[in-house]
Design a binder for this molecule. Sequence first.
Ligand code: ADP
Length: 213
Amino acid sequence: MRLILLGPPGAGKGTQALRLVAKYGIVQLSTGEMLRAAVKAATPVGREVQEIMARGGLVPDSVVVSIVGQRIEQPDARKGFILDGFPRTVPQAVALDRMLATRGLGLDAVIELRVDEDALVRRIESRIAEMKERGEELRPDDNPEVLHNRLRAYRQQTAPLIAYYRHQEVLRTVNGMAPIADVTAAIDKVLPSDPPAGAREADGKKKSEELNS
Ligand code: ADP
């Protein structure tokens, strides 16, 4: 199973990704987490992107495309993966299509978590307040001003992917404003199930025909 979770910051992509990882035994590939790890380790990539991330801008396509390209080559991604935070621009989506095509792979679904922007800002602000209360470490980009930039980047550069994937007929939209368990149930409903029995039979028939010929 190869999936993309699409939605603005705070839409619940990470939460739903964890549920899908457990359900399908596939890995979650979060470009945000990979980049934060690079920043923390002060690698050359980390040093290049640190400031952009702190401002809430998007890091260059070439950087994330190369990170994802290497990551999906790892053995643990063979069974499938959930991309969380990638692609975020149309050129990234085109690069992903190419990467998958050269490996003879495709996407099973792109799940769009649709949320209301005002509610989103309130959701993130309360998440920040709760984390502060618990004394947890905040991300440098978790503040109201930077959040505004992250939302703008989403509207301008990522939202066009909705039409891109609708055109490819892989887009599945669910209401991200519902309670967590309801969003999970809605995602389960839109994901492709096993191939229908008819398809399996046809496949078996084809194989026996090949054997007989
Ligand atoms: P969120 O979805 O909550 O904004 P992420 O953890 O997905 O956070 O990403 C954090 C930051 O990492 C982004 O604001 C951006 O600077 C950078 N980033 C992550 N993924 C990408 C990507 N695919 N393309 C460009 N920048 C990215």
